[in-house]
Design a protein around this ligand. Structure first.
Ligand SMILES: Nc1ncnc2c1ncn2[C@@H]1O[C@H](COP(=O)(O)OP(=O)(O)OP(=O)(O)O)[C@@H](O)[C@H]1O
Ligand SMILES: [Mg+2]
Length: 274
């Protein structure tokens, strides 16, 4: 680990899709970002701003055209996804991604402990592991600890997303990446999953990047807020300022930095509280 290195360094990342064609799009345009240990960053921005692409480049889903990604000072830019998976826990918007419908709850959790190796899944489940799974699931308050044999495909989307969150955090990842992970849930269930996220992140002191489509949630959670627009980070607000801001201030900050009006209704109108 480099001396004083941030936990994650994103340096000058440019990501271009369909390069050289009429569909060419610069999804990330020279993006740099330092994430410190125990940062809990909420990320907000209009559709197509590059939020998901940023998480994808960090997780190694595809390489950037330019720039570097460093974890604890180590350059991982060229590491394929599976070789850097141990650093990351990730939850997607769709509860079906990240959980196996035809595996039971305990098999899914064992799969996460084995870091994605299906081999040895059965052997990985013993009474000691079951106890770990029960004690991990019980605080969620959903009763899943007594349903370890249930197939995940039979769970509600909120329960399933709670399993996805548990899988993403059970191996204590260096960085937790959440991509609008409550967006497909009804408001009440979304709130439950947000609360669970809060509980797990605080308890495990996880460094977290969470994309949300909701300004109120972006202000409510975390210690730092980033706004993205057209492939760039245009606003980066720390804890102290974040606490003082209201949604209108955030809209003003966006419009000043972007030089244009914020027109994304999903961001403007959705509420966080229930
Ligand atoms: N795999 C891909 N192939 C081609 N183009 C892509 C791909 N992934 C993203 N893009 C394009 O890159 C741009 C940024 O997309 P991205 O998904 O990162 O935006 P986002 O900020 O996550 O938006 P949303 O709020 O809609 O999820 C968009 O123009 C998108 O169409
Ligand atoms: Mg996205």
């Amino acid at each position: 680990m480099g001396k004083n290195a941030s936990l994650l360094q994103v340096r000058g990342i440019t990501k271009i899709f369909s390069k050289g064609t009429v569909d060419e799009v610069t999804a990330l345009d020279d993006v740099s970002l330092d994430v410190n240990a125990e940062d809990y960053i909420t990320i907000i921005g209009s559709n197509g701003a590059g939020k998901t692409t940023l998480l994808n480049v960090i997780a190694g889903i595809f390489p950037p055209e330019e720039g570097e990604v460093l974890i604890n000072g180590d350059d991982i830019t060229k590491l394929p996804e599976h070789r850097r998976a141990r650093y990351f826990g990730r939850v997607h918007q769709d509860p079906k991604i990240g959980t196996g419908a035809k595996l039971t709850i305990e098999e899914n959790l064992a799969f996460a402990l084995l870091r994605g190796q299906r081999r040895g899944l059965k052997a990985a489940i013993n009474e000691q592991r079951r106890e770990l799974f029960r004690s991990t699931l019980a605080p969620l308050g959903l009763g899943l600890e007594s349903r370890l044999d249930a197939f995940v495909g039979t769970l509600s989307s909120g329960q399933r997303q709670s399993i996805a969150l548990t899988m993403a955090t059970i191996s204590n990842p260096t960085l937790l990446l959440l991509d609008e992970h409550v967006a497909n849930l009804d408001p009440r269930t979304a709130q439950i999953v947000f609360d669970l996220t809060e509980m797990i992140v605080q308890r495990e002191k996880l460094t977290t990047m969470m994309i949300t489509h909701n300004m109120e949630c972006a202000l409510k959670y975390g210690n730092r807020l980033i706004m993205m627009h057209r492939g760039k980070i245009i606003v980066d607000i720390g804890q102290e300022d974040k606490q003082k801001l209201a949604i209108n201030d955030l809209i003003n900050a966006f419009e000043q930095a972007a030089g244009e009006k914020l027109v994304d209704e999903a961001i403007l109108l959705s509420r966080c509280e229930l």
